[in-house]
Design a protein around this ligand. Structure first.
Ligand SMILES: [Zn+2]
Ligand SMILES: [Zn+2]
Length: 305
């Protein structure tokens, strides 16, 4: 059956059943904005919007607004959408996240004929470059902003001390597994979307510098993610930054605002296994450990990054 056109309104419940045959490993097929030689003369959009599929949006913040240029994710279910992370900048005039998300939600609602529709704002972790835009959603109707702190997010999702038991978040027929992922940040969460097979790993796994504050917790988290990926189809592992170059083992310096030679955002389960092996090699010894697709920065204590 042909997919209905994007401009044909869709009535009734959308079937978000996990469909292994629909998973699309392969490249995302998008060129991300990646800064410019002169930030002042940057002509990219403030926020890049990429529709991964009809119900899934990946956004990237412009490097000229903040060098971190984090990725954010907007997933639509039958009853509500979830926005995962709110970027690195508070001010809506510099970083119009609220307006962008409102436009995307309206577009989706129009396409699928939903009047009552909620938005939940969650986070991959507590760091500033992932929560800065929260305030833009404070007065939004039908919206729940869940603070990123451990007690708030564990309470909302129903996570417990048993970190090996993921919690479920139901968007209305579309369910996310929420996996405790401490190590980079104690409150870090990995989200798995069975509909697309995407694993959203925040700053825990991405093509860049993996800053580890709590080594034993990080080891357990990587074990947990590998075990999870063993049991589920994973199409892409999407973290929140790109810091490597296309040259294996070479990363861009911190605060780089022009990255013409970025590798793709998406990583594979094979690369997650590479990380698993690397973590075993490094052991609990603070230092910087360079691998082709990532760098492990074992900070050896409670250092704030
Ligand atoms: Zn972080
Ligand atoms: Zn970050």
């Amino acid at each position: 059956m042909a997919e209905p056109g994007a401009d044909t309104p869709q009535v009734g419940a959308i079937d978000f059943e996990p469909a292994t045959s629909r998973l699309r490993p392969g490249p995302l097929g998008v060129e991300w904005i990646h800064g410019s030689v002169s930030a002042k003369h940057n002509t990219d959009p403030d926020i890049q919007v990429h529709w991964y599929d009809e119900h899934t949006v990946i956004l990237r913040q412009n490097k000229a607004i903040d060098y971190e240029a984090p990725f954010l994710f907007l997933l639509f279910g039958n009853a509500r959408a979830v926005l995962i992370d709110t970027g690195a900048t508070e001010a809506p005039d510099l970083f119009p996240l609220r307006a962008t998300v409102d436009g995307l939600v309206t577009e989706w609602q129009d396409r699928h004929l939903r009047d009552d529709y909620d938005l939940v704002v969650l986070h991959t972790h507590t760091h500033h470059d992932h929560v800065a835009g929260d305030g833009q959603f404070g007065d939004r109707a039908s919206t729940r902003v869940v603070p990123a702190s451990l007690s708030d997010v564990y309470g909302y999702l129903g996570l417990t001390d048993d970190l090996d038991r993921p919690a479920r978040l139901d968007l209305g027929g579309r369910e996310l597994d929420c996996i405790a992922s401490p190590g980079h940040d104690s409150a870090a969460i990995t989200f798995y979307d069975a509909f697309t097979g995407i694993l959203l790993t925040g700053d825990t796994v991405y093509p860049g510098r993996l800053y580890v504050r709590d080594w034993p917790a990080f080891v357990a988290t990587v074990d947990r993610l590998v075990a999870f990926a063993d049991e589920r189809p994973v199409s892409h592992i999407l973290g929140c930054h790109i810091e490597m170059t296309t040259t294996p083992g070479v990363d861009y310096p911190v605060r780089t605002t022009y990255q013409p030679d970025e590798p793709p955002l998406e990583m594979s389960v094979a690369q997650l296994r590479d990380l698993h092996r690397a973590v075993g090699e490094v052991g609990d010894r603070p230092g910087r450990y360079v691998y082709p697709d990532f760098v492990i920065e074992h900070l050896g204590g409670d250092i704030d990054v």
